[in-house]
Ligand binder design. Structure first.
Ligand SMILES: CC(C)(COP(=O)(O)OP(=O)(O)OC[C@H]1O[C@@H](n2cnc3c(N)ncnc32)[C@H](O)[C@@H]1OP(=O)(O)O)[C@@H](O)C(=O)NCCC(=O)NCCS
Length: 230
């Protein structure tokens, strides 16, 4: 919080991502309109990043919308501020918040991450166990998934195109526009079924879980899907 005497001028903060190694997201950063354009936003963000360095953070991400009002991008100052601290664009989710309103995720490394670290492939049994509309979006859904313990030779299989079709059908019934899914980069069995039902790979958050283990992003546009299969 940025405070002058007893007046709150702005807020910012962070949250740690569970089950990751020193990964954080920047939370809503906002400065009262009266105080903008004087470097206070940068001061506030600089304080947050210093605090994270003290906490031995490895990487931080921030999500920014490209929403425009009267042709002006209302988050232009924020984007420019993040870039001036070294944040780089990693994933763009087209039509994420709404049709025509995308989400850009930028990342900043606190410690140089090596390109040489390779995390071993894994083939766990993945099962979908729910779906929901993503917060702050209009019609963008995601599936929840869990890793089931495999029981050897007679173990269950991981998800199939048919399992994905069930989820897609359900999102369509609920009036969803688009589905976004994310998976760790070392799960080799996910790609075929995702491709088979039309999910597209849209990018990755590098070193998201730990150094060398990225978060892969996929999306599926539901508009026109019904027409194609008829
Ligand atoms: C984002 C915000 C906190 C920045 O605070 P600020 O004090 O106005 O910004 P600063 O004066 O510290 O300047 C930050 C950078 O933005 C640039 N900037 C400022 N106003 C701008 C504008 N209207 N368009 C484009 N860039 C702008 C500055 O030039 C500076 O970049 P530089 O260092 O490369 O020159 C503030 O504008 C705000 O609260 N915006 C509304 C909420 C918001 O967008 N939150 C972020 C959501 S992801």
């Amino acid at each position: 919080m940025l405070v002058d005497d007893e007046t709150v001028l702005g807020i910012s903060g962070y949250r740690e991502v569970e089950n990751c190694d020193g990964t954080y997201y920047l939370s809503w950063t906002y400065l009262d309109e009266k105080y903008r354009g004087q470097g206070l936003g940068k001061k506030m963000l600089g304080n947050v990043l210093d605090r994270l360095r003290e906490l031995d953070a490895r990487k931080i991400f921030v999500k920014v919308s490209d929403y425009q009002e009267d042709g002006i991008s209302i988050y232009a100052a924020a984007l420019s501020m993040y870039k001036s601290f070294g944040f780089e664009v990693e994933v763009v989710g087209e039509d994420f918040y709404d049709q025509g309103e995308s989400q850009t995720i930028l990342g900043l490394e606190f410690k140089p991450q090596s390109d040489e670290i390779v995390v071993a492939d894994e083939k766990p049994v993945i099962r979908f166990n729910g779906l929901f509309e993503i917060a702050e979006t209009d019609g963008a859904y995601t599936f929840e998934w869990i890793v089931e313990k495999s029981t050897g030779l007679f173990g269950k299989r991981s998800f199939s195109p048919e399992d994905l079709e069930v989820g897609i059908g359900s999102v369509k019934e609920q009036g969803g526009r688009k589905i976004f899914l994310t998976f760790p980069s070392n799960l080799v069995l996910i790609h075929r079924p995702l491709q088979a039902v039309g999910f597209k790979y849209v990018g990755q958050l590098r070193d998201y879980y730990e150094e060398g283990l990225h978060e892969l992003h996929f999306s599926h546009d539901l508009e026109g899907v019904g027409e194609l299969s008829e």
